[in-house]
Design a protein around this ligand. Structure first.
Ligand code: C2G
Length: 131
């Protein structure tokens, strides 16, 4: 069984996230998503609208996702890959080259981002629409 792992906040879920998760699942048989906790989001300087628990429930409902685990730190990726016997680590292309050191442990792939959509864009356009 080929196991795939990816990380993210996945706030205000949109088709860019779904495209990423769909393609990630197509790379193997089992997809684990490590979703950033609220505390880790603060470290990332990212405020999420939905709490960790809410984002976890939403991700678990996606047909491409087999398991959701918490992302508490930048450093946990190596141990996650070893603990879950990961074959492929995948991220969107905005992270290109950032995690190449993990190639010692598994395949590392960066998939093209879906253009024209982001959680930030959604927030900005919602604010403008209420003015
Ligand atoms: N993504 C995408 N296309 C978009 C928006 C996002 O392919 N239009 C991808 C990102 O590249 C990422 C995933 O969807 O691989 C989740 O995006 P975010 O929730 O923004 O995650 P991020 O803040 O990049 O957190 O340790 C890694 C971090 O936790 C990644």
């Amino acid at each position: 069984m080929k196991k795939v792992l990816t990380y993210g906040t996945f706030d205000l879920l949109h088709h860019g996230h779904i495209n990423l998760l769909k393609r990630a699942k197509e790379l193997g048989d089992y997809l684990i998503v490590a979703v950033s906790t609220d505390e880790f989001n603060q470290l990332k300087g990212k405020g999420a609208y939905h709490s960790f628990e809410e984002r976890k429930i939403i991700l678990e409902a996606i047909r491409y996702v087999d398991k959701v685990i918490p992302e508490n730190s930048w450093e946990q990726k190596r141990s996650d890959i070893l603990m879950h016997n990961i074959d492929i680590f995948v991220m969107g292309s905005d992270w290109a080259e950032k995690f190449d050191e993990l190639e010692e442990l598994c395949d590392v792939l960066y998939l093209p981002r879906t253009e024209g959509i982001s959680t930030t864009k959604i927030k900005e356009e919602l604010i403008l629409s209420t003015r």
